[in-house]
Design a protein around this ligand. Structure first.
Ligand code: 5BU
Length: 462
């Protein structure tokens, strides 16, 4: 089957459709590809396998996988043809036990070629690679049947992968136009649509919030990347500990609503400390409601958080729109988005984390970075690698020794947190419940700052 015939066949079986389609994202697309039914057309399937086998010549690999469901039967045929072992990932991660997420046999370190039907944003490819890598499989190359993205290979390249594709969208358009299956107007519409999508996803961070920069400057000035989480319930205790620790910290994180004796003098006094000891104020309110509600929660009520706290935390579960609700009309304020949590069994998964990071990338004016955790340095490195340039990773769940508390808080050490790429550590009980919070805060600051400089020197090749 020639390429031309092959593309025409895809059109005839409805795998490649043109018209008006509403996508999951809510966007209306002039075209839609769905290769699932291809398995029912033996001749077409043969054609695809032929093209894939050809494409794989010259690429070195030990095992083959296809991303379920569509690409899995195709990958099995290719594996059979090349006499290579087939493996595949479960579609859902097993909730219990370790391992066994990959079906099939492979030696740890085996290089796997990943076959898929389509590439659109590249997101699911990267997710698959990460899941395979977590199981000890090495991923370098992807092969897709249709590249319908504008810059699929660029997107994968940023994460260190190579994309090979059998057919690009442009070729499909050209052949179908030539065969009069679609008219020029339709082809132009498709091109415009993909162009617009590509522009949306390649927006780089340009306008960092001035507070992000100020926070970094304060870190340097105070030689500190320690954030104290002063989780106590009385003002006297609060200021007693702050007196001892203020000189060590770059930022003070509060949960103002846990104070039993909160009154209108509290925030003024806190701001006075912040000025005197040169630290930033960060109310960890974790806003998570609809835009209209968070707007009032942030600005109104007894706490009037927007008036005194420079930074806040935001959960994006309600959608990135709540950022407008929070920050519209305000200046000198910024946020950290919750991209991962430190508590055991939390429901955040990789795809959620990735979407939060993307939302941060699009809103640098009101987002200074992310809160996140990791199980070890490698895990944190992979997480941090996805961050927009200049945005910060703040990490709670840090103590001098790793472990877990009775309520599922998980701790890693300062060196693991910073060594993996956290810019600042957030420490609560490790300091406030110690015998001498002042001395302990100094120890945390010194160790965290040392680890931070070591990492930066390593990066700079010093
Ligand atoms: P700890 O005493 O060091 O465990 O306190 C950690 C603080 O960080 C506490 O105020 C939490 O509310 C906060 N935190 C966290 O521990 N884990 C998270 O994932 C997020 C916040 Br988000």
């Amino acid at each position: 089957m020639s390429r031309e015939q092959f593309i025409e066949e895809l059109f005839k079986i409805g795998a490649v459709k043109f018209g008006t389609f509403t996508l999951k994202s809510g966007k209306v697309s002039p075209f839609y590809f769905d290769l699932r039914d291809m398995i029912s057309y033996p001749e077409l399937l043969d054609g695809i396998v032929e093209l894939l086998v050809e494409k794989l010549q010259g690429i070195e690999f030990d095992v083959i996988t296809g991303i379920p469901y569509t690409a899995l039967p195709i990958a099995s045929l290719v594996a059979d043809r090349l006499q290579k072992p087939l493996i595949y990932m479960r579609k859902e991660e097993k909730a219990y036990g370790t391992g066994n997420n990959v079906i099939g046999k492979f030696t740890p370190g085996a290089v796997c070629i990943v076959i898929d039907d389509l590439i659109t944003t590249g997101e699911s490819k990267i997710e698959t690679a990460e899941r395979l890598e977590a199981e000890g499989v090495v991923v370098k190359d992807f092969v897709v049947v249709i590249d319908r993205s504008n810059d699929g290979s660029g997107i994968l390249a940023k994460s260190g992968y190579i994309l090979h594709s059998l057919i690009a969208l442009d070729e499909i358009l050209a052949i179908l136009q030539k065969g009069k299956y679609i008219d020029n107007k339709m082809a132009d519409q498709v091109k415009e649509f993909t162009q617009a999508l590509a522009e949306e996803s390649t927006q780089e961070v340009e306008n960092l919030n001035p507070l992000t920069i100020k926070l970094k400057e304060t870190m340097q000035r105070k030689q500190s990347n320690l954030i104290l989480s002063l989780d106590v319930t009385s003002q006297s205790e609060f200021f007693r500990i702050l007196d001892k620790t203020a000189a060590e910290i770059v930022m003070l994180k509060t949960h103002v609503d846990i104070l039993d004796d909160y009154d209108e003098h509290f925030t003024g006094k806190l701001q006075e400390y912040a000025r005197r000891y040169d630290f930033h104020i960060f109310e960890d309110r974790k806003f998570a409601d609809i835009g209209n509600t968070v707007r009032m929660q942030y600005r109104k009520g007894i706490y009037r958080i927007s008036e005194w706290s420079e930074f806040i935390t935001v959960h994006l579960v309600a959608g990135a729109g709540i950022l407008s609700g929070l920050f519209e009309g305000l200046t000198g304020r910024s946020s950290f988005l919750l991209a991962r949590m430190s508590s055991k069994g939390n429901l955040i998964n990789e795809s959620y984390t990735r979407k939060v990071i993307e939302a941060g990338r699009k809103n640098p004016g009101v987002v200074s970075g992310f809160i996140g955790h990791g199980k070890d340095q490698e895990d944190i490195r992979r997480f941090k690698a996805k961050f927009p340039a200049g945005m910060l990773l703040l990490m709670p769940g840090v103590k001098l020794e790793s472990g877990t508390d009775k309520l599922g808080q998980q701790y890693i050490t300062i060196e693991d947190a910073i060594g993996g790429g956290a810019d600042c550590i957030i420490v609560g009980r490790g300091i406030i419940q110690s015998e001498n919070p002042g001395i302990t805060a100094k120890i945390y600051r010194e160790r965290a700052w040392k680890a931070y400089n070591q990492l930066n020197n390593r990066k700079a090749g010093k």
